[in-house]
Design a protein around this ligand. Structure first.
Ligand code: LLP
Length: 423
């Protein structure tokens, strides 16, 4: 359920016409819906509460680090899962209290760990022994014990795209399942470390519950072993990963996901932390683009749009499917033709869809790419020296530009020519 709907033949985000935003900010642009964000967050939070879980939802900022998005979720009570100094600063600037920030990631630098300790965040999810040693040294030097979970790698197959699966032992993430007990014992003995829990995250865009269940059962077994060893486990961070519908897939409902958590881990007396990204923001965003040309080839029709792989790289990187729909609603029963929707970047990979069935469209018309709120703007680049596209947030009948399109001068501002070039 989202709030991008046709009203009298025109696509709206809540009560704002998409064409009106295009007129004001130009294309391409991302558009987010406050009502959709709010709905996704509350449905998910309520599902966890209804299962009787003491749960904290930490939004995985990597999916969409825009401050207005983080702030919208923070005002509803969300915390943040961050994976870099930049995301930590972004979450803090957006008003997430440090006590609701979790820091994950396989390669945290000394500087990043120092910052996390200094800010007093909720916990650090440690992914290796060298990181553990370094963190202990940093925290002990300040005379504190930093709350940590070890991210364990439960070696389960999440059944997702190979580039976004994380819970197999050949992936770089976490501490191998078989070594977890030994590393916990080491952690528990370090002066700057307060072991509070277990963390795991097995992958992204999961459309089945079984991999979650398998991983959580392994977590449960581990908690029993650790408690027997005298380690005081009181929090479980279960990662993110619940999928959203992009095409025909029907991902599990939050209620069913919460029920799996309750059934496997609900009786352990632990506070639950979850880190959803895509689930909260995916369907709360679209990318809007204008058609530049329609080019008829001998075997194909190419719809060439002004958005490109640098703006939304998921199709090029993962062959991901995004719904594409005209901003002006096609008449019921309108003819459809198969077209390739492509961007202007000089790579064949700059293709959003091949042989997609769309109503015949003309240059100048607007198209929207659905489910673009997660890993859309977040993964964009300036390839082909294309400015990052603006981001717009809608709330009811209002909208605001929440990230501006930079000028070319701003894009060049950090560059300089060496002195050896005489002017
Ligand atoms: N927690 C950790 C430790 C993660 O690594 C991730 C995602 C999440 C939470 C959030 O996962 P989500 O709920 O969004 O599935 N760029 C890819 C997705 C990469 C996900 C990486 N980790 C894509 O566009 O599909």
């Amino acid at each position: 359920m989202n709030h991008f709907q046709y009203v009298n033949g025109a696509l709206f985000a809540e009560d704002v016409a998409i064409a009106a935003i295009a007129e004001r900010v130009g294309t391409p642009f991302y558009c987010y819906s406050t009502a959709t964000l709010t709905r996704h967050y509350t449905v998910f939070r309520d599902a966890l509460a209804a299962a009787g879980l003491d749960a904290t939802v930490c939004f995985a900022c990597k999916a969409n680090p825009n401050m207005a998005v983080i702030r919208t979720l923070a005002e509803l009570g969300a915390g943040a899962d961050v994976v870099s100094e930049g995301e930590m600063r972004q979450a803090l600037a957006a008003g997430v209290p440090p006590g609701r920030i979790v820091f994950s990631g396989v390669g945290k630098t000394r500087h990043e760990l120092e910052l996390a300790v200094a800010k007093g965040i909720l916990q650090i999810n440690v992914e290796s022994e060298p990181e553990l040693e370094l963190l202990s040294e940093i925290a002990a030097a300040r005379g504190i014990r930093m709350p940590i979970s070890l991210r364990v790698n439960p070696d389960v197959d999440a059944g997702t795209h190979a580039k976004i699966t994380t819970g197999k032992k050949e992936n770089k993430f976490g501490i191998e399942w078989t070594r977890a007990r030994e590393v916990y014992a080491r952690a528990n003995a370090l002066p700057g470390i307060d072991v509070v829990g277990v963390a795991c995250h097995i992958g992204s865009q999961l459309t089945e519950l079984e991999p979650f269940r398998d991983a959580f059962i392994r977590v449960r077994d581990l908690v029993a072993m650790l408690r027997a060893d005298g380690v005081n486990i009181r929090r479980l961070d279960l990662g993110g990963g619940l999928g959203v519908p992009y095409d025909q897939e029907i991902p599990p409902e939050p209620k069913a996901y919460a029920e799996v958590i309750r059934a496997t881990l609900g009786d352990l007396g632990c506070r639950i932390i979850v880190e959803p990204g895509r689930l909260l923001v995916g369907n709360a965003g679209i990318l809007v683009s204008r058609i530049i040309y329609v080019k008829e080839g001998s075997t194909r029709t190419f719809v060439i749009v002004d958005a490109a792989m640098n703006d939304l790289m998921r199709p090029a990187l993962y062959e991901a499917h995004h719904a594409i729909f005209p901003v002006t609603e096609p008449a019921a029963g309108a003819a459809r033709i198969e077209v390739d929707v492509v961007g202007p970047v000089c790579e064949t990979g700059d293709t959003f869809a091949k042989q997609r069935s769309l109503p015949p469209m003309r240059a100048g018309e607007l198209l929207a790419f659905g489910t673009a709120g997660a890993y859309g703007a977040a993964m964009s680049s300036t390839y082909n020296t294309r400015p990052l596209v603006p981001e717009v947030m809608v709330k009811g009948a209002e909208f605001a530009v929440v990230r501006d399109r930079p000028s070319y001068e701003e894009m060049r501002a950090l560059e300089s020519l060496p002195a050896w070039f005489k002017s």
